[in-house]
Design a binder for this molecule. Structure first.
Ligand code: SF4
Ligand code: SF4
Length: 147
């Protein structure tokens, strides 16, 4: 009989302690997000895939088509093209493709760029069912960001 009563007291006490913890957290600050409807802003040093930087002054990219990033990339992720235009001193970037399926995020392309035209994006929740979904047209992405 004694053991029976002790079990009831212990059980009730354990229930009360559990409820107290639940109530405390229920009224405390919210520390979770309703992912994927809400996402956490990434830290400045976070490295997502590379992206072209927008030159706010000119409203375009900063690339001078020197090809240094393409030549430096150890994984052959970058393909780019540019053209010479009438009245423009430097070549104009016409195509910039990143094959993110091969990228190791080493950052060499960002480091070698003489005009700081590349930076790491803050994209951390990329999903897809095909490799082709991770081959990005970075010029197109830049245009979309401007809108
Ligand atoms: S981060 Fe490294 S592997 Fe990725 S594209 Fe740049 S140079 Fe290539
Ligand atoms: S290194 Fe910079 S400037 Fe040169 S092609 Fe790459 S992105 Fe453009």
């Amino acid at each position: 009989m004694k053991a029976y009563i002790r079990d009831i007291v212990n059980g009730t006490w354990s229930l009360l302690v559990g409820m107290a913890i639940t109530i405390r957290y229920f009224f405390g600050p919210v520390v979770t997000l309703q992912y994927p409807h809400q996402t956490v802003p990434m830290k400045p040093r976070f490295r997502g895939h590379i992206d072209l930087v927008l030159d706010e002054r000119k409203g375009t990219n900063k690339c001078i088509v020197c090809n240094a990033c393409m030549k430096t990339c150890p994984s052959g992720c970058i393909t780019l093209e540019g053209e010479k235009r009438e009245g423009v001193k430097q070549k104009v970037l016409t195509y910039y493709q990143l094959d993110f399926t091969k990228c190791s995020l080493c950052g060499l392309c960002v480091e070698v760029c003489p005009t700081a035209a590349l930076d790491f994006s803050k994209d951390y929740n990329l999903v897809g069912s095909q490799e082709s979904e991770f081959v990005f047209d970075l010029l197109k992405r830049l245009e979309e960001r401007k809108q």
